[in-house]
Design a protein around this ligand. Structure first.
Ligand code: PMP
Length: 387
């Protein structure tokens, strides 16, 4: 008789191999068993169902409150035939569009199913047991996850004022270190490492250590502060610049990220990469998104205005925040978990930061003016209730 395999299957001992592998899950390597799953934000539909409401506001995942460019919706509507065909494995049209926009040659471009995929590919290509990767305290949670999943040691370097300490990061490099992850701006703190300090890191790291500069939020910076790191690739062959279409371009649901790196790095990553890792509608949408820089300008302006609105509102509530260069802001609040729950009850979703060792902070994404106001009102009500 066939027995169904339910969620309990992992708890059932297998008698015939009890001395070696006790059950299916015990067979996974210790580094996999020790992983803490990434904590994604609350699902908006689940919350609405639970509360019986229809107007919740999700400010937990640093998405673009304007949605995406009309050029993207047009591309998706008119290219429906893409759904039934395999995508271009090499992503040539998108690489050409990126080349045209940034001036980086196509053999220096890696495409990923979101930039998380690029980060994972880099870890799988360059890390293994016996190697290590560095990231900053309060750095983006995916760095230690991909490093450990590859069997490497993940080393956390103490932050300075919630941001990267460039000198400490360089000093922490060991002979077995292969990757140094730097998010600029960083999520969840929003801190920015000045270009001079990025260069200082690049000048000081040994050439066999790859510096992964994750610029997921670069498009939100004022024009004069936007990163030019992709122009340093010749000078620093160990530099990898990672970017995404999820944030300012508003394509988080389609999953498109990319990296600029030296051709030998791209070639190695290409051997590891799944051949169709970026789907066809996503590639077409990314090309269309890149063509509408006016949308990026409007998105950055919305965030700049919204940031001021939220900063002022937090100030009125007597709450401290960490100045942010991203499209989100982390603020300090007593009893953050209780406040988070009270806000959920009002249909406002923000991000708790307990997994980042910031149990007294919450992170809010900047939304439309009305959404920011709704956030501030819900926070104010939550503070009153919890006092
Ligand atoms: N890097 C940073 C710093 C991020 O905050 C995020 C998204 N939260 C990512 C990378 C990954 O984004 P995506 O996979 O959607 O490109």
């Amino acid at each position: 008789m066939l027995r169904s395999i339910g969620p309990q299957a992992c708890d059932e001992p297998r008698a015939e191999s009890a001395t070696t592998v006790l059950n299916a899950c015990d067979g996974a390597p210790a580094n996999i068993q020790a992983l803490t799953p990434f904590r994604a934000g609350w699902n908006q539909r689940d919350l609405e169902r639970k509360l019986g409401i229809e107007n919740s506001v999700n400010l937990a995942s640093n998405e673009n409150a304007l949605g995406c460019s009309p050029a993207v919706t047009r591309a998706l509507r008119t290219q429906t035939e893409l759904v039934s065909r395999y995508p271009d494995s090499a992503g040539q049209a998108l690489k050409q569009a990126l080349h045209k926009f940034y001036g980086v040659d196509t053999d220096r471009i890696i495409l990923g199913n979101g930039s998380n995929d690029v980060l994972d590919l880099l870890a799988r290509t360059f890390l293994r047991p016996g190697t290590s990767a560095l990231h900053s305290q309060y750095g983006f949670a995916v760095y230690p996850l991909v490093a450990r999943a590859s069997g490497a040691e993940s080393i956390e370097v103490t932050a300075k004022n919630f941001g990267h300490d460039a000198s400490a990061m360089v000093a922490a490099i060991r002979s077995d270190t292969r990757l140094v992850f730097i998010a600029n701006p960083n999520n969840p703190t929003g801190t920015l490492l000045e270009p001079e300090l990025v260069v200082r890191v690049l000048e000081r790291v040994p050439r066999h250590v790859l510096v992964v500069l994750d610029e997921a939020y670069d498009e939100f910076l004022p024009a004069a502060q936007r990163s030019a790191a992709h122009r340093y690739l010749d000078k620093y062959p160990n530099l990898i610049v990672v970017r995404t279409f999820s944030k300012a371009y508003g394509l988080a649901g389609l999953r498109v990220g990319y990296a600029f790196a030296n051709p030998c790095v791209c070639d190695l990553v290409n051997r590891v990469r799944q051949p169709f890792n970026v789907n066809a509608p996503a590639q077409a949408a990314a090309v269309a998104a890149l063509s509408d820089q006016d949308f990026i300008k409007r998105s950055a302006e919305l965030v700049r205005d919204g940031m001021r609105q939220v900063e002022r509102g937090l100030g009125r509530l007597g709450l401290e925040h960490i100045p942010s260069a991203g499209n989100f802001l982390s603020f300090r609040v007593p009893h953050a978990d209780t406040i988070f729950q009270h806000m959920l009850q009002q249909g406002v979703i923000v991000q708790p930061l307990v997994n980042y060792g910031m149990a007294n902070h919450l992170r809010v994404s900047i939304g439309l003016e009305s959404q920011n106001q709704r956030f501030l009102s819900a926070l104010s009500a939550a503070l009153t209730v919890s006092n």
